[in-house]
Design a protein around this ligand. Structure first.
Ligand code: ADP
Ligand code: ZN
Ligand code: ZN
Length: 731
C-alpha cells in the first residue's frame, strides 16, 4: 500500500499521511516526485499540500487516513536541491514543514492553481481565422486589421494595443472563433554582457582568487570599503556565469534594491533579469518566479525571500551587504537568508559570495578560521579617498535643533563651497517624549511599555512599536495644564531648525514618514545627484544603498543614542551603521569628512570609531565575543512567549525549563525565563528563555528539546510561543 507523506500549511511541526487519490494507479503514485503539489482535505478545508515522500506504511491506521483529492503537478515544480534545502531549514529552524514550503511557492501555486508557461500571454489566429478570405470583415475595420496583424505571427496584447487593437476587439474575434489565446515563447535572447571596467589591482586579485576556487561550493567573503568596486566584481562574475549558461542569484537588503542598482545591472547585461521584492503584485511575483524556475531569466535579483526561488541552472549566489539585519526574518519562519544562501550553495555545489564594507562578526570569524576565503578591497576604485571620522565634543555647548555651533559652521562652509551636507539622526518624528511641565505626566502607549513619539506635522502621538496613534493633546490629561513640552530630538524638529537657520537652501528630510510612495526615493536621489548644494537630513534610510557623490560633510547628530544599547550586538551594529553612513561621503573627487557629535568623547566605542578602521574594531569586538562565549564563538536560541496574561508566559517557560533541564547536553545553559526588555507590546506580555551553547550541534539538540516540551504542554488561553534560532536581538 502506498502512503503519501505531505507537508501541510499548518502550525504543527509534523507531516501528514494520506492515501492516494481514488483511481490513480500505484505506478503513477510511485512515479510522483517529492515537491509535487496535491489538493487534500484538511479538517473542514481543502488545502494545497507538498509531497515529502511516498512510503509503504503509516503510524496512523489505514482506516483513519483520508485520501488526497488531486495531484496538481505532473512533475515537481522545484528542483530536488531546493527540496533538500527546505527540509534542512525545517530541521535547523525547528519550524513547521508546511510553513517552510509555503515560503517557497508564490500565492497562485499555494492556492493550488496550475502553472502558467513562462512567457507573455498573447493572441494567434485560430484555424478558422486563418482560412478567412481577406475581405471577409470589411464591415468591421478594427477586427480586419487585427486579423491582418496576426497573419504572420502571434502577438502579445501589449503589442496589439500599441497598434490600436484593444481587448474588446480581440474578445469579439474570440467569440466568433477567429482568434485564440496563446503563450508567446520567450524571445529567449542569448544573454550578452557589455565589457566591464578594467579592474584595479585589488579587484583583480579578488577576482582571480574567486575564479581559482572553481565552480564548486566555496564561500567567499568579499570585504571592501564602500566604493571599492565590489559591485563591479559581482558584475564580472555574473558575466562568467552567463558565458557558461548558468544563472546567478543575487540577494540584496530590503533597502538596497534601488532603481540605481537595477539600472546598473540592466545596463551591463542584455539578459532577462527577474526581480523579486516585497512590493510586487502577486502576478508580478509569480512571473518573476516562473522566469527563474524555467531558466528564461539568467539573473535573479531579490530581497530576503528570494533565497527560496527555484533555479533551473544555478551557478553562483551573491549576498550583498551580508551583515544587513533585513536578511533575518523577525517573525513566523525566523530564517536568515544569508545562512540559507550559504547552505543552498553547498547543496547545489556552487560558489557563494558574501560582500560587505562592514562584514558581520559571524562571517569574519568564518573567514579568519579558514572556512571562507577572504578577499579584501581596502582602496576606493576611483580617485576618491575614504573620509575621516572626527569626534565633536558637545559637552557644555549650546545645541540648536541638536546641532552644536561647530557643526553649524561646518555646514555653512560646505554650502558656501557649493557642496552637499548629510546629517544622520536615527529618530523620526518631532520628539520621542511629550511631558507635562506642571505635573510630570508623560504620554505613554496604552498597549506597550513605551513612550509615544510626537509627530507634529500630523498633529499626532504615535507608538513606534505597535503603530497606534492618538491626536496630539493641547492640555495635560492629568492636570489640564497647557505646559506640555517636547523632549528629545527627532528629524522633524531638526528639520524645522535647519529651515529657519539655512533658509536660502534646499533641505530634504529623508525618513519613512517623508518618503511615502514607491518613487519618492528615486526622485530624491536623482535630484540630489544633480549636485546643487543642499542639506540631507535623515534616518538609516540614508545610510544604505544610495550614492551621493557631491556630499562632502557627513555628521552624526546624536552618536550617544547608539552608545548604550543593551544588546550584545549593539556595538557591532553601531560600528556598521556609522561606517556605512560615513561611506556616503567623499565618493567623488571631493574629500569628505565625518563629524560625530557626542557627550562621551572618551567612550571606548567613540575612540574606536574615530581612530581605527572597521576591520580593527571588528577584531576587538570578536575578541570580546570569544571571551564571553557569545556568537560567533557560541550559539544562541531564544524561546519567546506572548500572552494577554502577564503571568502565563513566565509560568509556561518555567515548565519548559524544568522538563528540559535534566536532559541538556553539557555546555548548554538556559537563562531565564525573564520578561522581555519591553515587556508589554500591543497589549501582550512577552517573556523569554535564552539558550546558550558552545557547540552548534548541542544548541540544535537542546532547541529541539525545548520545542518538544513546549508542544507537549497543554495550550493556555491566548498564549503563543516561538523559537528563534541564531536570534538577532536577545536583549
Ligand atoms: P561598491 O559596490 O564596493 O560600493 P562599486 O562597484 O559601486 O563599489 O564602485 C564604486 C564606483 O567606482 C562606481 O562608480 C564604479 O563604477 C567605480 N568603479 C568600480 N570599479 C572600477 C574600476 N575598476 N575602474 C574604475 N572605476 C571603477
Ligand atoms: Zn500635567
Ligand atoms: Zn504601542
Amino acid at each position: 500500500m502506498s502512503i503519501l507523506r505531505l507537508a501541510i500549511p499548518s502550525p504543527l511541526r509534523r507531516h501528514f499521511d494520506y492515501l492516494p487519490p481514488v483511481g490513480v494507479t500505484d505506478a503513477a503514485i510511485q512515479a510522483l516526485e517529492p515537491g509535487t503539489r496535491l489538493r487534500v482535505p484538511f479538517g473542514r478545508r481543502e488545502v494545497t499540500g507538498y509531497l515529502l515522500e511516498v512510503c509503504s506504511s503509516s503510524d496512523v491506521a489505514a482506516s483513519a487516513l483520508k485520501a488526497a483529492l488531486e495531484i496538481l503537478d505532473e512533475t515537481s515544480l522545484i528542483e530536488p536541491q531546493l527540496l533538500s534545502l527546505c527540509q534542512w531549514a525545517t530541521r535547523y529552524y525547528h519550524h513547521p514543514p508546511g510553513e517552510v514550503f509555503s515560503a517557497l511557492f508564490p500565492k497562485r501555486l499555494r492556492e493550488g492553481k496550475a502553472t502558467r508557461a513562462a512567457g507573455e500571454a498573447g493572441w494567434q489566429l485560430s484555424i478558422r481565422g486563418k482560412g478567412l478570405p481577406g475581405d471577409a470583415l470589411s464591415r468591421a475595420p478594427r477586427q480586419a486589421e487585427a486579423l491582418q496583424l496576426l497573419q504572420d505571427a502571434a502577438l502579445s496584447a501589449t503589442a496589439l494595443k500599441a497598434r490600436g487593437i484593444n481587448s474588446t476587439t480581440l474578445r469579439t474575434l474570440e467569440d466568433r472563433g477567429l482568434v485564440e489565446r496563446c503563450m508567446l515563447s520567450e524571445h529567449s535572447q542569448t544573454p550578452r554582457s557589455l565589457p566591464g571596467l578594467s579592474l584595479t589591482e585589488e579587484q583583480a586579485a579578488a577576482m582571480n582568487g574567486i575564479r581559482a576556487a572553481g565552480d564548486n561550493f566555496c564561500c567567499h567573503l568579499l570585504e571592501g570599503v564602500t566604493g571599492s568596486g565590489k559591485t563591479e566584481i559581482y558584475l564580472q562574475l555574473i558575466t562568467d556565469g552567463l558565458a557558461q549558461g548558468k544563472q546567478t542569484l543575487v540577494l540584496v537588503p530590503e533597502i538596497g534594491l534601488t532603481p540605481q542598482t537595477l539600472t546598473r545591472f540592466r545596463e551591463r547585461f542584455e539578459a532577462d533579469i527577474a526581480v523579486l521584492h516585497s512590493s510586487l503584485t502577486d502576478a508580478q511575483r509569480y512571473t518573476a518566479w516562473e522566469a527563474a524556475r524555467s531558466g528564461s531569466a539568467s539573473i535573479v535579483i531579490g530581497t530576503r525571500s528570494a533565497v527560496f526561488t527555484p533555479l533551473a541552472r544555478p551557478g553562483l549566489i551573491i549576498v550583498d551587504e551580508e551583515h544587513d539585519g533585513s536578511y533575518k526574518q523577525q517573525d513566523g519562519f525566523r530564517y536568515s537568508a544569508r545562512d540559507i544562501a550559504i547552505k543552498r550553495g553547498q547543496i547545489h555545489g556552487c560558489p557563494v559570495i558574501l560582500g560587505s564594507a562592514t562584514p558581520s562578526l559571524e562571517s569574519l570569524h568564518n573567514a579568519l578560521t579558514g572556512r571562507y576565503q577572504h578577499h579584501r578591497l581596502t582602496q576606493r576604485a576611483g580617485s576618491s579617498k575614504m573620509p575621516r571620522m572626527t569626534p565633536l565634543d558637545v559637552r557644555r555647548q549650546p545645541l540648536q535643533g541638536g546641532l552644536s555651533g561647530t557643526l553649524i559652521e561646518a555646514i555653512e562652509d560646505t554650502l558656501q563651497n557649493s557642496q552637499q551636507v548629510l546629517l544622520f539622526l536615527n529618530r523620526r518624528g518631532y520628539a520621542p517624549t511629550l511631558q507635562c511641565h506642571d505635573c510630570g505626566w508623560v504620554a505613554e502607549c496604552p498597549a506597550c511599555d513605551a513612550r509615544l513619539t510626537i509627530h507634529r506635522r500630523r498633529r499626532q502621538l504615535r507608538c513606534h512599536h505597535c503603530g497606534s496613534s492618538a491626536a496630539l493633546p493641547a492640555h495635560c490629561p492629568q492636570c489640564n495644564s497647557s505646559q506640555l513640552e517636547a523632549q528629545g530630538l527627532g528629524t522633524e524638529q531638526a528639520e524645522d531648525f535647519l529651515r529657519q537657520r539655512f533658509s536660502g537652501h534646499s533641505i530634504r528630510r529623508v525618513d519613512s514618514d517623508s518618503m511615502q510612495g514607491r518613487d519618492a526615493m528615486q526622485e530624491l536621489v536623482a535630484e540630489i545627484n544633480r549636485g546643487e548644494p543642499c542639506i540631507l537630513l535623515g534616518t538609516q534610510m540614508l545610510a544604505k544603498g544610495h550614492h551621493f557623490p557631491a556630499v562632502s560633510l557627513v555628521a552624526i547628530i546624536d552618536a550617544d543614542a547608539l552608545l548604550f544599547s543593551a544588546d550584545f550586538r549593539g556595538e557591532e551594529r553601531m560600528a556598521q551603521l556609522l561606517t556605512q553612513v560615513a561611506g556616503r561621503a567623499g565618493r567623488a573627487d571631493i574629500p569628505g569628512r565625518v563629524l560625530l557629535q557626542t557627550h562621551y568623547p572618551d567612550h571606548p566605542a567613540v575612540i574606536a570609531l574615530t581612530s581605527s578602521s572597521y576591520a580593527e574594531q571588528a577584531a576587538t569586538l570578536l575578541d570580546a565575543r570569544h571571551s564571553l562565549g557569545l556568537p560567533p564563538a557560541g550559539f544562541l536560541a531564544v524561546m519567546r512567549t506572548d500572552c494577554p496574561d502577564a503571568q502565563f508566559g513566565e509560568q509556561f517557560l518555567h515548565q519548559v525549563k524544568q522538563q528540559v533541564a535534566p536532559q541538556l547536553p553539557q555546555g548548554v545553559a538556559l537563562i531565564g525565563p525573564l520578561p522581555s526588555p519591553m515587556q508589554r507590546r500591543a497589549g501582550k506580555y512577552r517573556c523569554q528563555l535564552l539558550l546558550t551553547a558552545g557547540r552548534r550541534r548541542d544548541a540544535q539538540h537542546a532547541a529541539g528539546l525545548l520545542v518538544a516540551s513546549a508542544e507537549a504542554l497543554p495550550a493556555r488561553q491566548g498564549l503563543k510561543w516561538s523559537i528563534d534560532i541564531d536570534p538577532q536581538d536577545v536583549f
